[in-house]
Design a binder for this molecule. Structure first.
Ligand code: DAH
Length: 339
């Protein structure tokens, strides 16, 4: 019996070491440790032994069983490792290659500029109010004190959707919408958005562009408040050295109306940007016209406020020395990636 056990040990372990595939491993397991395998046969033969030899032989067979099981486990690990290595070696897959870089986009220059503007006005207590791009003649013109046939309509070349509907030519109609929504509370908002004009497209003019409108409505607001806000804006946007100056102007929805210029970054030396004047125009503005206030639902005897409107692309062009506004909408990555 002892010999049989030794024989089985030798042949089992010997074969096990030569196995190279997992299929061979499971065959081996079936042949040696399976229900009808060699070991089971051996156990059955124990019954034929004389009674006094059985316990010792039984012990031996059990030890062999454990031994074979352990050797099987070890070899199973070995074979799996080898197989994995073989697959890695033979395949075209190179696991050491660096991954494909993903190229995340970034914010468009216009969006970056808008967000900077939001932040500056937010610090001064302005909320962002959004109004629709497609407006009625009533909001875009009439309620802003520009009646039908008023000559001031010539200031805005208009895309008409039909006789009553337009693509907004400026962000000012949002003033009426904000007033009608906030009435009877004071207001301090900026109204950003895209505007549309029926214009020849040239390096200096696009038929779509962004504006940021500002509107305050309160009880004792003065022109100097407007000047203070615009001065703060110019300094935060373009640097502490900036100064502003105002010129009288005309807009139907403000009285008085002004235009706001900012001192050029050339510090008066005279450059191409400011056409050697030392000043750059940054906004139209004024005190909200009484007619506009009452169209918004506010009694002009009790309430007043200021408003302003400025471009977004033009200042970005000045800042970055961009000489053609059409780049903003042409989706040329060589342009966009620079900002
Ligand atoms: N809406 C004017 C435009 O597009 C800009 C403007 C001027 C807005 C004066 C204002 C303002 O709110 O007070 O040309």
């Amino acid at each position: 019996m002892k010999e049989k056990i030794q024989e089985l040990r030798n042949s089992g372990l010997g074969k096990l070491e030569k196995l190279v595939t997992t299929d061979q491993l499971s065959d081996w397991h079936r042949d040696f440790l399976g229900r009808k395998g060699e070991l089971t046969l051996l156990l059955k033969q124990l019954g034929e032994l004389p009674a006094e030899e059985r316990p010792a032989a039984g012990k031996e067979v059990n030890r062999l069983k454990l031994e074979l099981q352990e050797a099987f486990d070890t070899n199973q690990d070995r074979v799996r490792q080898q197989q994995l290595q073989q697959e890695l070696d033979s395949d075209d897959l190179d696991v050491t290659l660096p991954g494909r870089p993903c190229s995340p986009g970034h914010l468009h220059l216009t969006t970056q500029t808008l967000r900077k503007i939001y932040r500056i006005f937010q610090e001064m207590g302005f909320q962002v109010y959004e109004a629709p791009d497609v407006e009625t003649d009533e909001y875009n013109f009439q309620l802003l004190n520009i009646p039908e046939y008023h000559p001031a309509r010539d200031m805005w070349d208009t895309f008409w959707v039909n006789d009553e509907v337009v693509l907004r030519t400026h962000t000012s109609p949002g003033q009426i919408r904000a007033m009608r929504e906030y009435h009877p509370n004071p207001i301090r908002v900026i109204l950003p958005g895209k505007c549309y004009r029926y214009e020849q497209i040239t390096p200096r003019s696009e038929h779509q562009f962004f504006q940021v409108e500002g509107l305050t409505v309160g009880r004792n607001i003065r022109l100097t408040d407007l000047i203070g806000v615009m001065t703060e804006f110019a300094k935060k946007m373009y640097g502490q050295q900036r100064q502003i100056r105002i010129r009288g102007s005309y807009f139907p929805f403000t009285e008085p109306s002004i235009e706001i210029d900012m001192s050029c970054t050339c510090e008066g030396a005279g450059c191409r940007l400011c056409k050697k004047t030392g000043w750059l125009e940054i906004a139209g503005a004024g005190m909200v016209h009484p007619v506009v206030l009452s169209n918004g639902g506010y009694d002009p005897e009790e309430w007043n406020g200021f408003a302003f409107g400025m471009g977004v692309e033009r200042p970005a062009m000045l800042k970055h020395g961009i000489d053609d506004i059409r780049y903003f909408y042409s989706n040329d990555l060589r342009f966009l990636r620079q900002f």
